[in-house]
Design a protein around this ligand. Structure first.
Ligand SMILES: [Zn+2]
Ligand SMILES: [Zn+2]
Length: 152
């Protein structure tokens, strides 16, 4: 009778141990408290079991790095160190086809254009540059008089 009870307790222990072990292996980021809640034993018991079987008692802290510059971030929820990094990541500088001045475009905007098949072949920093560029590159054949005037 006595040995049966011991056996049962043993089985129960083994089961708890196995469950705690697999909880840790499945989620290295789970805290002792989270495992304890999941398995239904005390936090201290979880710590003991993990120590006994040689699994880490401390949970891994997820590290997030800035998507723009790669700096490790102290907080979990942010993607960028600061506004400047966010700006750099979400904007792209495109050179004006006429004067070469860099103008910033939102990456999303450009992707939108490409997806809608409205990808621009040329970019200009201003309407003025666009006009001048179009006149110089296409204007002559359309308005030959203007081309002649230009060389006077
Ligand atoms: Zn950054
Ligand atoms: Zn320009």
């Amino acid at each position: 009778m006595c040995s049966v009870v011991v056996d049962e307790v043993d089985t129960l222990r083994k089961t708890t141990r196995t469950v705690v072990m697999s909880a840790r292996q499945e989620n290295p980021c789970a805290t002792l408290q989270q495992i304890s809640d999941e398995v239904g034993v005390t936090r201290e018991r979880v710590r003991q079991i993990l120590r006994d079987v040689g699994l880490p008692t401390a949970h891994l802290v997820r590290r997030y790095v800035c998507l723009s510059c790669g700096t490790v971030l102290p907080l979990r929820c942010r993607k960028f160190c600061n506004r400047q990094c966010q700006h750099n990541y979400t904007h792209i500088k495109v050179a004006c086809d006429y004067c070469g001045t860099l103008r910033e475009y939102r990456v999303k905007e450009l992707i939108n254009h490409i997806e809608k098949g409205q990808k621009q072949e040329h970019y200009w920093c201003s309407k003025r540059c666009q006009g001048k560029w179009l006149a110089e590159n296409h204007g002559f054949s359309v308005y030959p008089e203007h081309a002649l005037m230009r060389w006077k």
